[in-house]
Design a protein around this ligand. Structure first.
Ligand SMILES: Cc1cc2nc3c(=O)[nH]c(=O)nc-3n(C[C@H](O)[C@H](O)[C@H](O)COP(=O)(O)OP(=O)(O)OC[C@H]3O[C@@H](n4cnc5c(N)ncnc54)[C@H](O)[C@@H]3O)c2cc1C
Ligand code: FES
Length: 254
């Protein structure tokens, strides 16, 4: 069933990313996502980036036709959404370090707000950093990393993660971001003996485990994920290597 929800606020996160706050009474867990229907264009998956009672939000990076159409919407306009879908993060895994890379920061923000855990936000440069003000109000410690060094730690999320883990004990790393970042997060966690829960992206149509287009080995990313544990990731043969496009063709990450 598609719900028509009213947008109550639009926040500019950076030059290409906006947060849309809307009224929606559904129960949502941190790490879950919705399917957003843009009539005449497409229906696309979006993480829920804010959970505040009946107020929820999505944070959208404009990269193509559907996301650019969503960017045209203003407060008072409506979104058509289905969900929530997916398993979400397990927040009972001890001392957590939470990492968001790029627009993947949207997916981790409800977990940051719910736990107050230490957090890393990583971006290409200062102008790509999003949701810092939300994180700074909730995270125990907050660190920013930029690839070009224009802000905070000069380097990527995984390099900074290794520094933080050398300083303090963490039981589990929660992360969402580009798959190359998640792959190296996974490898580092394996090496350091730290558990992890990583939120993956695959092409999705139904979002509800029916169409099969998001399958990785014997898992449907939309229903069994998008969050996978270190043990589950070790059995996903495509993880870090390839994904499928809208036509089912294999696209390599390397
Ligand atoms: C579980 C999940 C959560 C996501 N959360 C966010 C989020 O919080 N914020 C955000 O900005 N983006 C998020 N995305 C990515 C977002 O769905 C794509 O950026 C969006 O679909 C692009 O659509 P478009 O028409 O604008 O661009 P297009 O030009 O159609 O596509 C550009 C690229 O986006 C990806 N994409 C397109 N359609 C889909 C689809 N149906 N399923 C998965 N990927 C697709 C493909 O990699 C494609 O190459 C998420 C994706 C998944 C799977
Ligand atoms: S998107 Fe249809 S089964 Fe996952």
């Amino acid at each position: 069933m598609t719900d028509v929800v009213r947008i109550v606020d639009v926040v500019d996160e950076c030059y290409d990313t906006k947060t849309f706050v809307f009224e929606w009474g559904a129960e949502v867990r941190p790490g879950q996502f919705v399917m957003v229907w843009v009539p005449g264009v497409d229906e696309i998956p979006m993480s829920v980036s804010g959970i505040d009672g009946n107020r929820k939000s999505i944070t959208v990076k404009a990269i193509g036709e559907a996301t650019r159409a969503i960017h045209q919407l203003k407060a008072g306009d409506h979104l058509r959404i289905r969900g929530p879908f997916g398993n979400g993060f397990d927040l009972g895994c001890g001392e957590m370090l939470i990492i968001g890379g790029g627009v993947g920061t949207a997916a981790i923000m409800p977990a940051v707000k719910a736990t107050g855990a230490d957090t890393i936000i990583a971006a290409r440069s200062d102008r790509d950093v999003i949701m810092e003000s939300v994180a700074s109000g909730s995270a125990g410690s907050l660190w920013i990393a930029t690839d070009d060094g224009s802000r905070g730690f000069h380097g990527n999320a995984v390099q900074l993660m290794r520094e933080r883990i050398a300083e303090k004990h963490y039981d589990c790393v929660l992360a969402c971001g580009p798959e190359v970042m998640l792959w190296f997060t996974y490898k580092a966690c394996e090496e350091l003996g730290v558990d992890c829960q990583l939120s993956l992206e695959r092409y999705m149509k139904c979002g509800a485990g029916v169409c099969g287009c998001c399958v990785m080995d014997d898992s449907r990313v939309c229903r069994d994920g998008p969050v996978f544990t270190r043990d589950q990731l070790s059995k996903l043969t495509e993880f870090g290597k390839s994904k499928r496009d809208a036509c089912g063709r294999v696209v390599s990450f390397r």
